[in-house]
Write a protein that binds this ligand. Structure first.
Ligand code: ATP
Length: 305
């Protein structure tokens, strides 16, 4: 099967600034992958290289089996792109903007009228000039533009910046619908907590280099970050028998016991603690978050100024 995106040893140097260096990865049909990294890490450059908006200094980029998006209308029609800062002609209405992009992409607009509903823009807003739109409305119009023609690949550069929490949720619901139907999504974001439940894979870049790539669980394992377990024993609990291996339970004032447990010991510890359900009155298991994993991979690496 041909990968939707395939990058091999891609580098881009702007004058003397190495924006991305030797990056390789593939994305397959229906994958939703988060691209994360600090400001200036190279995310936008990577997305632009995939789109063919910039030419890599070295390496190869293939999209839907072809080596050029920009020069190939067939591939271009299959790609939706939401740039980091969306800007439209302020005098045009939302509907006119969408119809302009539909013509550029050669997609019949009449089939995509419901995009306004899908992104949460009312039909009356669609007929108002863009200059009257809030930032969130412009972002939604940008998303509608990216979704024109039901692309097989969506490249979204910080798509939720400027959206309120409810809109963020409906944005992800919509993206997940496209993903379920086979669209591949590469999404760059700094909002790690919202990616945690949604992205099945995370690519971390730092100073232009890929430093991690995997599911959140894989990255947790590689990072060897502990799981935090916290529980409240009942009066009859034989807590002494739970001290397994290197686990040190700390007793809190509220009678909760808690410990950071190595991922290799986690299952054994949990089965010891839960072997008698009557011995527990409550229990919480906190896995390392994407924030923790990200901080781990960046530790000691430094970032660009
Ligand atoms: P942010 O999260 O702030 O959007 P980013 O990860 O998208 O950052 P890029 O915009 O790809 O980062 O920038 C990567 C590096 O390349 C930075 O050092 C940036 O200054 C540099 N850079 C980007 N575009 C150009 C350009 N046109 N000319 C010169 N340097 C550039």
């Amino acid at each position: 099967m041909t990968s939707t995106i395939s990058l091999a040893n891609v580098s881009k140097v702007y004058s003397d600034v190495p924006a991305i260096e030797d990056i390789s990865f593939t994305l397959d049909e229906g994958e939703l992958v988060a691209l994360v990294g600090h400001n200036g890490a190279g995310k936008t450059t990577l997305i632009k290289a995939i789109l063919g908006l910039i030419r890599p200094t070295a390496g190869t980029v293939r999209v839907l089996g072809e080596d050029s998006v920009s020069g190939n209308l067939g591939v271009r029609k299959e790609v939706g792109y939401l740039p980091e800062s969306v800007s439209f002609h302020l005098a045009l209405t939302g509907r006119e903007v969408l119809s302009f992009y539909a013509r550029l992409k050669r997609v019949p607009l009449d089939r995509w009228q419901n995009l306004f509903d899908q992104v949460g823009l009312s039909q009356s807003a669609a007929d108002r000039p863009v200059r009257t739109y809030s930032k969130g409305m412009r972002q939604r119009l940008g998303l509608a533009q990216a979704l024109l023609g039901k692309p097989r690949l969506l490249l979204l550069d910080e798509p939720t910046s400027g959206l309120d929490p409810a809109l963020r949720r409906s944005f992800y619901d919509l993206i997940l619908e496209f993903k379920r139907e086979g669209t591949t999504v590469l999404l760059s974001s700094h909002a790690l907590s919202e990616l945690e439940e949604r992205a099945e894979r995370v690519v971390i870049v730092n100073q232009g280099r890929k430093i991690a790539d995997g599911t959140l669980d894989e990255l947790r394992r590689v990072a060897c970050l502990p799981t935090h377990i916290r529980f409240k024993p009942s009066a009859s609990a034989a807590v002494d028998t739970w001290s397994n291996g290197s686990v040190k339970w700390l007793e809190r004032k509220d009678q909760f016991l808690e410990a950071d447990v190595d991922h290799k010991e986690k299952i054994a510890v949990l089965s010891a603690v839960t072997s008698d359900p009557a011995a527990l009155t409550s229990m919480t298991i906190i896995e390392p978050t994407l924030d923790d994993v990200y901080a781990h991979f960046l530790q000691g690496q430094g970032t660009r100024p």
